[in-house]
Design a binder for this molecule. Structure first.
Ligand code: FO1
Length: 308
């Protein structure tokens, strides 16, 4: 079965890793949000692509979820000492990725080609694709103020309440993204933030239209467990955008875009009467074994759905 995972940051990376560990690499494509990308200290930073790549390569920092395991913070400390911008913490190993990426982009390579290069060097066998080669910056509106995404997320610690998520117009998917979606049997929406990780992917033309028209099954995994986000601002944003912060509301938000919905055992019973296929599973992914188990259970659910 050809599987495409739509992924944002930490939750997306973990599910992508589980799927990558149980399926042949040629059957797996991870399409990653690049709405969080930005320029910092002259470097092109792609936080979600890197979070996915590091997790798949087995070199992720388990404590933060982003950055590399075992890296040092000497450079960022010195940047701070020299009066440079230190609010976005780049570890030394992670910095190498940004240097090489920026170097290759400046040489005229596309983000897709650069990502393929980095994945190959990191020993990643599945296909990891940025959603677009064009910049597609997500902005956060809070009242009268419009923030760049990382300013809101990291510098402001996602505290300013969200009035609106502003997604750019006229961003186009790459040929590889379109091909992956056209040949997929199953599309998994990872337990990522629906507004700032998944919607930016749907916003890329023609991804939403392709997913609507093609016959493949689409299953979303809830990022909300027991009324809170496993990580990050998803639950807070749901409240601010006028939705209950529940798994059920996540399913409602995706609405007709999905055929199946996976939600956590802590919310057992809360999605029973939804008019789509649902499966209540332990969705917490603390360890590699958890990621593999959840991926296997989701694939079993998908196979049952596709048999019907
Ligand atoms: N998140 C933080 O909260 N603080 C940081 O200093 C920070 C640095 C950072 C460096 C590289 C990288 O790839 C990610 C980093 N993140 C940091 C996480 C990241 O910005 C967000 O988690 C995502 O954009 C949301 O998915």
């Amino acid at each position: 079965m050809k599987v495409v995972v739509l992924a944002g940051g930490v939750g997306g990376a973990k599910l992508a890793d589980g799927i990558a560990r149980i399926l042949p690499p040629e059957d797996v494509t991870i399409i990653v949000n690049t709405g969080d990308d930005f320029e910092h200290l002259g470097l092109t930073i792609c936080p979600d692509l890197d979070t996915v790549m590091y997790r798949l390569a087995g070199v992720a920092n388990d404590e933060t979820g982003w950055g590399r395991a075992g890296e040092s913070w000497r450079t960022v400390s010195e940047i701070s000492a020299l009066g440079g911008p230190d609010w976005f913490r780049l570890g030394d190993l992670d910095l190498a990725t940004h240097l090489v990426r920026t170097h290759l982009l400046n040489g005229g390579e596309t983000l897709t080609a650069v990502t393929q290069h980095l994945c190959q060097k990191l020993g990643i066998q599945v296909s990891v694709l940025p959603m677009s080669n064009q910049p597609a910056p997500t902005k956060i509106q809070s009242g009268e103020t419009v923030y760049d995404f990382q300013t809101w997320f990291v510098q402001e610690k996602w505290q300013p309440s969200v009035t609106k998520v502003i997604l750019p117009e006229d961003v186009r998917a790459t040929r590889s993204v379109i091909r992956a979606l056209e040949t997929a049997d199953l599309v998994l929406i990872a337990p990522s933030n629906p507004f700032v990780s998944v919607d930016p992917i749907f916003n890329v033309y023609p991804i939403a239209a392709l997913l609507e028209d093609l016959p493949q099954a689409i299953i979303a995994v809830s990022p909300i467990v027991g009324g809170t986000a496993v990580k990050g601002p998803a639950a807070k944003m749901m409240q601010e955008l006028g939705l209950p912060h529940t798994s059920r509301a996540v399913a409602g938000y995706y609405g007709e875009r999905i055929d199946g919905f996976v939600y956590d055992v802590q919310d057992a019973g809360s999605c029973d009467d939804l008019e789509l296929e649902t499966r209540c599973l332990d969705t917490m992914m603390h360890t590699e074994a958890d990621r593999i188990r959840l991926a296997q259970e989701i694939m079993q659910f998908a196979e049952e759905m596709l048999r019907d």
